[in-house]
Design a protein around this ligand. Structure first.
Ligand code: HT7
Ligand code: ZN
Length: 874
């Protein structure tokens, strides 16, 4: 397949200044009339080439004259038109088949044909499935959209922009028009039509614009939209206060659908959400999901500036909008909730999803140099690592400096399609600093290793910290330059106090925390007036996306775990200690780390020194995927066993009675309130129950069964169900039956029922998955359902998926073939579960390779899936 390369970028030869779109909507057939007002780029001399993917062309006219067949050429993906000139108007009419569109890209039907609604998804290249157009993000146009449809079947008609009239037509039909005053790229176009209910709220922006906020959903879901409305209002206020950004249309629509390939989409003025990222209510939504809804609502809203007003020149710049918007969302969520917990969650996600991606054959820079299928580049690297890069820049500039830089970026690029260079230039110039060294972070794949070594000189009372960096040579042949790595640090006395930091040669007042930047391969940092050998707290708040290797003793890590005031680094000390304890157990070697970890946690458990949520996280060792990252011949079942053994040791150290007492005390305060303390309590209650289940499965099974039955909300109910299922408790089957019945009509709750079972540890998972595939509610046509069963199995259940006999791999390969025929985007994403097969132990490695090779041989694979399979194999 042909590769698109960053270095081949050329400005468009033709622009579309304005476009009028007339839709005649129907479930089986819809017609689209497009009128393009063309502008020629005087610097280029090329015929007009428009993207159009398998469109049924009904009519074509240029400047009012129907074109004859020899005046244009269409090969099912590009339409070339002769004779266009600057100022020409091209008119095309095409027919689409929404109900037959299972790929959920372009115009498609959500729900049953009798009652479902029509909607569009255009990012990245879906607009070419709707009409002929230069479907690239650097062509910005003013849109006027008119929708016509049968009123009874499609009572609600929505498109992006401001409403500009509506009325009746003959034969029970009606129309509505929308005009968007802000030029936008085609990927931000959207329409929605069908039976939908609405909740509304008035909002006045800081600069005085009255905006109608409208959230639309099907009748059974509309009452679950109130939380999202509150979150939207919080996000709008926050963006005004934090970045001075106001909303810029008279109406802001948000629509929920159960049929969506991703989380949500920031279409201008008409955001469309996967229902799982929008709907929330205590009976069926967990605390984690509530936080996710708030985060995604904010993320899509923030795109209105970082993405829509300032968009991307080309898809290589995707992280310009995605990394930045993830960072903006992370800051917002940190402000709305607990900042350290948000940081822990985000770094855990980075390590679980992005580090493995960056370490294997799918590794790519945050700004890739080439791609075959752009949909395969909506990755953890572009999003999560991209956000880490923005965080480093923000940290370097400080709060006020970053705000100054962002003001400059928005001001200078408003209404334009920008590049990452534009972003760094605006941030740098507004602060009189050169940020171009950070471009290297965008250009090279792989997670850098940061090595730290401290040396204390008692006679001189100096402490020398040596930092060295190395990025492993991996997949991709990019040059590996030293990167600027900001390392936030503090020094602790042996008693756990933070020391004033006297840097050699610096005269300013000593701080107790500072940031040093390692901008070459290795460097020494010397601290003076250090009275005793200190313990360094490094990379505080995870100040750079690297893997830190520091030769701490277990006691030093235990000291940080007990005393570090940086919540993230306290957790990190626990993670490091637990990882070492895990290795001791796995290898049957010494047990110094194990004792240090258990003792430190036992002390914290019995004190009130940390809040419940942080305590829950401190009590949780790194997950199976993260532990696998540290190994070379991976045996996921062995990892599961050693990790379980580690947790059992911790549970024993804490003591069954102690755990039970704590559990009952937490249970007594049960409720559904969403404040931080209540969420923290539920988080700890779950963790304590999980530890208890390792010590005393029968006793914990009884407690979990009662908790399941009496749970006031989904967080406690799902936690109990998960403990029952994972511990193989006798009560699990009855609870699962109860849940299946109780939530038969709630798709999002049913997804969790599939997912919990798909995560059954070890060999039995595969048969369970096969059995669940036969459930009436399972379908390959719905991405959420596919994720909840197959996605949870292959991605969140290493010990179940990686069976030694290879049956997990064969199941995935078979399902991918079927899924690819329906929805290539979802198939390709699922296939990334094969990433990392080269590092499995030999038997599994061979089985995985055989399954992937067999899959690669299948005829007619999509470009999406084909590209992933090719990359994974090489
Ligand atoms: N910008 C949105 C990306 C997206 C998407 C991409 C490919 C295929 C389908 C899609 N749906 C949404 C999501 C976001 O980052 O906000
Ligand atoms: Zn986004």
């Amino acid at each position: 397949p042909s590769l698109i390369r960053l270095r081949d970028y050329r400005a468009p030869a033709w622009r579309v200044e304005a476009v009028e779109l007339d839709f005649d909507l129907g479930i089986d057939a819809s017609e689209v009339l497009a009128r393009l007002h063309l502008r020629r780029n005087p610097a280029q001399d090329a015929p007009l080439r428009l993207d159009g993917e398998n469109l049924q062309l009904l009519a074509i006219a240029l400047d009012g004259r129907t074109l004859s067949a020899d005046e244009y050429r269409y090969d099912d993906s590009v339409l070339v038109v002769d004779g266009t000139r600057d100022g020409s108007v091209l008119e095309t009419r095409v027919r689409l088949r929404p109900a037959a569109n299972t790929a959920l890209e372009g115009l498609y039907l959500s729900g049953p044909r009798e009652t479902g609604f029509l909607l569009t998804q255009c990012e990245a290249e879906g607009f070419r499935h709707i009409t002929f157009f230069p479907d690239r993000p650097d062509v910005l146009s003013r849109y006027t959209v008119t929708l016509r449809a049968d009123r009874a079947r499609f009572p609600v008609l929505l498109a992006g922009g401001n409403p500009d009239g509506a009325g009746e037509l003959e034969g029970g039909r009606h129309w509505a028009r929308f005009v968007d005053p802000h030029p936008k790229p085609s990927y931000l176009f959207a329409l929605v039509a069908g039976h939908l209910e609405v909740i509304e709220r008035g909002y006045v922006t800081a600069d005085g614009r009255a905006v109608q906020l409208k959230i639309w959903a099907e009748a059974d879901a509309i009452e679950r939209c109130h939380y999202a409305m509150d979150a939207l209002e919080r996000a709008m206020r926050w963006d005004e206060q934090t970045y001075g950004r106001n909303y810029d249309l008279d109406v802001f629509h948000v629509v929920a659908t159960h049929d969506f390939n991703m989380g949500a989409m920031e279409n201008k003025g008409l955001n469309i959400f996967n229902a799982k990222c929008l709907l929330a209510e205590p009976d069926s939504t967990t605390d984690e999901e509530y936080r996710h809804v708030e985060a995604v609502v904010a993320h899509e809203y923030f795109h209105n500036w970082s993405g829509n007003r300032v968009t991307c020149r080309d898809w290589f710049q995707l992280s310009l909008k995605e990394g930045l918007t993830v960072f903006r969302e992370q800051s917002f969520s940190a402000d709305m909730n607990s900042a350290p917990l948000k940081r822990i969650d985000d770094v855990a996600l980075l390590r679980r999803a992005q580090f493995p991606e960056d370490a294997g054959p799918l590794a790519h820079p945050v700004r890739p140099a080439q791609y075959s299928e752009i949909n395969n580049f909506y990755t953890a690297t572009v999003y999560e690592k991209g956000a880490e890069l923005v965080r480093m820049l923000a940290g370097t500039l400080g709060r006020d400096g970053f705000r100054r830089g962002m003001d400059r970026y928005f001001e200078r690029n408003d209404g334009h399609a920008a590049t990452l260079e534009d972003f760094l230039a605006a941030l740098g110039e507004a602060n009189g600093t050169d940020l171009t060294p950070y471009l290297a972070w965008y250009a090279q794949a792989g997670t850098p290793r940061l090595k730290a070594h401290g040396h204390y000189d008692a006679a001189a009372q100096t402490y020398t910290l040596t930092l060295a960096q190395q990025t492993p040579a991996g997949h991709g042949a990019e040059p590996r330059a030293p990167l600027p790595i900001p390392v936030k640090l503090a020094l602790f006395s042996p008693h756990g106090d933070m020391l004033p930091l006297h840097m050699d040669g610096q005269t300013s007042k000593p701080a107790i925390e500072l940031v040093v930047v390692l901008d070459r391969a290795e460097r020494n940092f010397v601290f003076t007036d250090v009275a005793a050998a200190p313990v360094p707290s490094l990379l505080r708040g995870f100040s750079a996306p690297v893997i830190l290797a520091c030769d701490y003793t277990p006691d030093e890590l235990a000291l940080l775990l007990a005393h570090d005031v940086d919540g993230f680094n306290r957790w990190e000390a626990s993670q490091q200690l637990a990882a070492r304890a895990y290795e001791e157990l796995r290898d049957g070697t010494a047990s110094a780390a194990l004792h240090a970890w258990c003792d430190a946690l036992a002390r914290l458990f019995d004190s009130a020194a940390v809040d419940d949520a942080l305590l829950a996280d401190l009590l949780t060792p790194p997950g199976e995927i993260e532990l696998a990252e540290r190994e070379t011949a991976i045996d996921p079942q062995r990892i599961l066993q050693s990790r379980q053994a580690l947790q059992r040791q911790l549970a024993e150290r804490l003591g069954a009675e102690n755990l039970q007492r704590r559990y009952l005390a937490l249970l007594a305060q049960t409720g559904i309130e969403l404040d931080a303390a209540s969420q923290a309590r539920r988080r700890l209650q779950r963790r304590v129950l999980e530890l208890l289940a390792l010590l005393d499965p029968v006793g914990a099974g009884a407690l979990a069964a009662t908790q399941y039955r009496d749970a006031p909300g989904m967080t406690d109910r799902l936690a109990a169900l998960s403990v029952l299922v994972r511990s193989g408790a006798a009560q699990a089957a009855a609870a699962l039956r109860d849940y299946r019945e109780r939530y038969a009509g709630n798709a999002l709750a049913l997804d969790k029922w599939f997912a919990v079972q798909a995560q059954l540890p070890g060999e039995p998972a595969l048969d369970r998955v096969r059995q669940l595939e036969r459930d009436d509610a399972f379908t390959l046509k719905n991405p959420n359902r596919v994720q909840s069963l197959l996605g949870a199995f292959v991605r969140s259940n290493p010990s179940g998926f990686h069976r030694a006999d290879g049956a997990g791999y064969r199941l995935l390969a078979e399902r991918l073939v079927a899924l690819d025929a329906l929805n290539p985007q979802v198939a390709a994403r699922l296939a990334t579960a094969f990433n990392g097969w080269q590092r499995l132990e030999p038997r599994r490695r061979e089985a995985a390779q055989a399954a992937i090779v067999e899959l690669a041989r299948q005829p007619g694979l999509s470009r999406n899936l084909g590209e992933i399979i090719d990359s994974v194999l090489n």
